[in-house]
Design a protein around this ligand. Structure first.
Ligand code: GRF
Length: 204
């Protein structure tokens, strides 16, 4: 594949986007971030993108009367930015199947738990960490996985465990997990830039 030209999709503050951009700017990751896509016009990730002169695409799927119009407009914009790889980083909308199909094997997501535990519809943000504590598991972690048509079910690319402390709150756990996210998202992308990610069914 040519050099990775990444679109990062995010709905929130974008600290994972920042970690990826920082790794690229430091020369640790051979990618260009060609666009940041958000469904929220006031998402913090857009300020971070502007600070690095990264083009932004703001599209709320709900504003489109039909999905096919949304999909074709989004695909056109991604093509204009010559995007060949996608990283979801706290993007709270399901990716339409046409987009998944266009980028199959070249679209990643990061999840703040060790999948397949504590994943799927409804498991996002604080809810993930609250469920982890409620269940009493001693280890949680981070998963980077390929995206398919469902929530959090695609083949796993990279995982790293994080210890749960007895006195953790969802917030303290989230903060520790987030630090690990910032380490492993660039590392997972590096597997693709270096051609080390071979996909064989569910196994990467
Ligand atoms: C992260 O915890 C990520 O795992 C989840 O959403 C959060 C995004 O955080 N999918 P940020 O916007 O990158 O700071």
């Amino acid at each position: 594949m040519d050099q990775l030209r990444l679109a990062i999709f995010a709905s929130g503050s974008g600290s994972n986007m920042q970690a990826i951009v920082d790794a690229a700017e430091a020369g640790d990751l051979d990618i260009t971030v060609g666009a940041v896509v958000s469904n929220k016009p006031d998402a913090g990730v857009l300020d971070r993108a502007r600070a690095h002169d990264i083009p932004t695409i703001v599209m709320d799927p709900r504003a489109y009367p039909d999905t096919s119009q949304y999909v074709s407009e989004l695909l056109t914009k991604l093509e204009e930015c010559r995007i060949n790889f996608v990283a979801l980083a706290g993007y709270l909308k399901i990716i339409p199947p046409e987009i998944v199909a266009r980028f199959r094997g070249r679209i990643l997501n990061i999840h703040p738990a060790l999948l397949p535990a504590f994943g799927g519809k409804g498991y996002y943000g604080r809810r993930v960490h609250a469920a982890v504590l409620e269940h009493g598991v001693q280890w949680t972690g981070v998963t980077v996985h390929l995206v398919d048509e469902e929530y959090d079910t695609g083949p796993i690319v990279l995982q790293k465990p994080v210890r749960v402390d007895p006195d953790d709150t969802p917030e303290s756990l989230a903060a520790r997990v987030l630090k690990t996210e910032h380490e492993i998202y660039p590392a997972a992308l590096k597997m693709f830039t270096e051609g080390r990610a071979r996909i064989d069914g569910r196994r990467v």
